[in-house]
Design a protein around this ligand. Structure first.
Ligand code: NAD
Length: 452
């Protein structure tokens, strides 16, 4: 099948390369000339495991092409995916400008039957507005339909998730649109395919992300309680998650959720509910809990260092999660600006996202970029862990301890066992588990459950 994809960010690029890999012929459009030039040359514009290989493989077969010209995609394609950004407006609602802009650019080019599919995460009823916009700009009497096919991939495992989804949701209001979408996905996917009307599919995506965010804030509140009760939150999470009705995913207490999706989708969903007269204050609380996580971690650091100003702090990880170069809404951004404001000297390490951060925070006398976690630890008064990169989970802790000026680790991702950290001579702080505190650096962990 001939497919057009608009927007070549995380969702558009991954969709384009994967559909090409499944045998479809794909033309992907982006308005950014530099992005198109790089992708055409086989250079990924973002980091995702496996992306480079699948990109070059499909460029070589000529099943995949990139362009800035909408007409090259529209004229030849039966299905056109909209994968542009839907960033938040200042009031938290979803900004439709990019979606509307694409609709206006492709509408005058419509000829023959086209299925225009929302893959971007959009507020419920966007398809209706999209349809109206297309009608305003399209040639009179032209034949098109709008469908919804929300994307559930996770950054860091995007190619895998696209090719092995838990489910495919297809929102379509006609038999023709439904069968085109089913033909497109073909037999290559053996997951459940949920066919709904367009409005329902739109709602499913926002409701899914709101639920995931709620799960994270829930376990983070349990983690606050665990700290007071001297109980280990990871054991509680295990006990909760073994119930199949709950499951263990998204039950890791820590710094909370970030990234380009959950925070903005949660805010947008609250606004959507309000627009329809539904008070979804439950989700406002989810957001409030999440916003408190960075402060909670930094309080531990401040308590350990007494005064943060003038101290050298190694920061391990700035990406909002491992295996991605994305730092949009990453908790690290808040951590870094608060530590900078406090006058700390920062040595930052991230294997893939450092260059994204450098564009916002260029290096200076107070901010250095380290080439390894060990360089970041050199002469540090404390290490702060913000992303669970494999390089960080597998640290040589003896080496780290020998490099640091004082062996303080503040771990926002609960990567290490507090008892073992005490035995290795660290002062170790995490979230919702026993802290190895300054008063007893070589003493007991404030949590008897951890000793088991
Ligand atoms: P992104 O910001 O990484 O990419 C958007 C791309 O669209 C950019 O390359 C931009 O240049 C391009 N673009 C903007 N206007 C254009 C236009 N008029 N014509 C052509 N190209 C244009 O966004 P993303 O992270 O891929 O997210 C896209 C959508 O998918 C959002 O709605 C997001 O919420 C949703 N989503 C994202 C993820 C994720 O993990 N990133 C997962 C599921 C759903």
């Amino acid at each position: 099948m001939n497919i057009g994809v608009f927007g070549t960010g995380y969702v558009g690029l991954v969709s384009a390369v994967c559909f090409a890999d499944l045998g479809h012929s794909v033309v992907a459009v982006d308005k950014d000339h530099q992005v198109v030039a790089k992708l055409t040359a086989g250079e990924p514009t973002l980091y995702e495991p496996g992306l480079k290989e699948i990109l070059t493989r499909n460029l070589d077969t000529s099943r995949l092409a990139f362009t800035t010209r909408a007409e090259e995609a529209v004229r030849r394609s039966e299905v056109l995916f909209l994968c542009v950004g839907t960033p938040p407006r200042s009031d938290g609602s979803s900004d439709p400008v990019q979606v509307e802009e694409v609709a206006r650019s492709l509408a005058p080019l419509l000829d023959g039957h086209k299925l225009i599919v929302e893959k971007s995460t959009v507020p419920v009823n966007t398809a209706r507005l999209l349809d109206r916009t297309l009608r305003w700009w399209a040639p009179l009497g032209c034949d098109y339909e709008v469908a919804s096919n929300p994307e559930f991939l996770r950054e860091g495992s995007a190619i895998h998730d696209f090719l092995h989804p838990d489910r495919i949701v297809i929102g379509a209001d006609s038999d023709r649109a439904r069968s085109l979408m089913l033909e497109l996905y073909g037999d290559a996917f053996d997951c459940p395919k949920l066919i709904t009307d367009v409005k329902t599919a739109e709602l499913i995506k926002h409701a899914s992300n709101a639920f995931l965010a709620s799960k994270i804030s829930f376990i983070n509140m349990i983690s606050n309680l665990c700290e007071e009760l001297e109980v280990d939150v990871s054991v509680v999470a295990q006990g909760i998650g073994l119930d199949h009705r709950i499951g263990h995913h998204f039950l890791n207490a820590g710094l909370g959720f970030g990234g380009s999706c959950l925070p903005k989708d949660l805010q947008a969903f609250v606004r959507i509910a309000e627009d329809f007269g539904v008070d979804f204050s439950l989700l406002r609380e989810v957001e409030r809990i999440n916003e408190g996580r960075v402060g909670r971690l930094l309080k531990k650091l401040e308590r350990a260092l007494w005064v943060v100003g003038g101290k050298t702090i190694g920061v391990l990880g700035v990406a909002f999660k491992p295996n991605t170069s994305d730092i949009r809404n990453a908790p690290s951004l808040q951590v870094l600006s608060r530590l900078k404001d406090a006058g700390a000297i920062l040595n930052v390490y991230d294997p893939k996202a450092a260059s994204s951060l450098e564009q916002i925070h260029p290096p200076n006398a107070h901010l250095h970029y380290a080439v390894s976690p060990y360089k970041a630890a050199e002469n540090a008064h404390a290490l702060v862990i913000l992303t669970e990169w494999e390089e960080v989970t597998s640290l040589d802790l003896a080496r780290i301890r020998s490099l640091m000026r004082s062996p303080i680790i503040v771990d926002g991702r609960n990567l290490f066992n507090p008892v073992e950290m005490r035995e290795r001579g660290f002062e170790y702080y995490s979230l919702g588990r026993g802290d190895v505190t300054i008063s007893e650096p070589h003493g007991r962990v404030k949590n008897p459950g951890m000793e088991a």
